[in-house]
Design a protein around this ligand. Structure first.
Ligand code: PEP
Ligand code: MN
Length: 301
């Protein structure tokens, strides 16, 4: 609260200096000053457990849309680790478009995520949807996800900014790049600079696919911000067969990683079945991503 107040006051001061034409001092050109990339600054490295995102080697996050059972989660977690995935995802609190849809197992799912971490060594990322749940989710998770529907939930952004766990901030359903960066700025302004951005597609004119994946956001954000950017090809397309091609394209565009929905029996998944790949497909995607990453890494030194 304190730090963001100071920033507002500083903003007002800058505007005044510009207006009365006395501004010999350098005036920050962008409204998101903590997340903006100053010339020559390297991409920030965000640590999730013992995994580094933004360090140059793409990190693949895999797991089910929703945690459904111990059997489902442990089978997925083992397969993610064996394939070379480095972080486990799994929804415990699900923000569903319909109030009648499955909304997650809550704390029971958090316990299962902690069990999967203990079994596999993979750190876990899971979504938090209410400020009042931040402490609970942070007790179990290694990274807190702010979902698309909550990108502009300012009390929630402030709440995750006031604690120390890293944050995965997904792009809002129809958010501009500037709105997204300002949402990240809320988190940094509260003192937490461990933020990873996630491009997951935006609502477009064509409903053939679930969303339109804005891949140009990846290199653009590299210019605008020091925060690492990953891509979610699952929610971006809504279509299983497109997850691998868009994963490869995202890595070629310079993404610092991917988050992919994977399930032992995707057609039986309780949520987002159509976009969920199986364990074998996931392993193939990781292999293919490594090949593309090796080829394109020299362009992103
Ligand atoms: C998710 O990753 O589980 C999710 C709900 O995604 P999004 O917020 O991007 O819709
Ligand atoms: Mn999902």
């Amino acid at each position: 609260m304190q730090s963001s107040k100071l920033i507002e006051h500083a903003d007002a001061g800058c505007e005044r200096r510009q207006q009365d034409g006395t501004g010999a001092e350098s005036v920050p050109s962008r409204p998101y000053r903590l997340v903006q990339r100053s010339p020559g600054r390297a991409t920030s490295v965000v640590r999730v457990g013992n995994v580094q995102i933004g360090g140059g080697r793409p990190v693949i996050i895999g797991g089910p849309c929703s945690v459904e059972s111990e059997e489902q989660l442990l089978a997925t977690a083992e397969a993610v680790r064996t394939a070379g995935g480095e972080i486990l995802r799994g929804g415990a609190f699900k923000p569903r478009t319909s109030p009648y849809a499955f909304s997650g197992l809550g704390e029971e799912a958090l316990l299962l995520l902690a069990l999967a971490r203990a079994r596999t060594g993979l750190p876990v990322v899971t979504e938090v949807i209410e400020p009042g749940d931040v402490a609970l989710v942070a007790r179990y998770a290694d990274m807190l996800q702010i979902g698309s529907r909550n990108m502009q939930n300012y009390p929630l952004l402030r709440a995750v900014g006031r604690q120390r766990e890293p944050v995965l901030l997904k792009r809002g359903l129809a958010a501009t790049i500037e709105e997204w960066l300002l949402a990240a700025e809320y988190i940094l302004a509260e003192g937490n600079d461990q933020v990873v951005l996630c491009e997951r597609g935006v609502r477009g004119i064509d409903s053939t696919l679930r969303n339109q994946l804005d891949l140009s956001a990846v290199p653009l954000l590299r210019e605008l911000t020091h925060l690492p950017v990953i891509v979610d090809p699952s929610h971006a397309t809504g279509k299983r067969s497109l997850v691998q091609p868009m994963s490869l394209a995202a890595i070629a565009a310079g993404a610092a990683g991917l988050i992919i929905e994977v399930h032992p029996a995707p057609d039986q998944a309780w949520s987002d079945a159509a976009q969920t790949v199986d364990l074998h497909q996931f392993a193939g995607i990781v292999q293919a991503v490594r090949t593309v990453a090796r080829a394109t890494a020299p362009f992103y030194q």
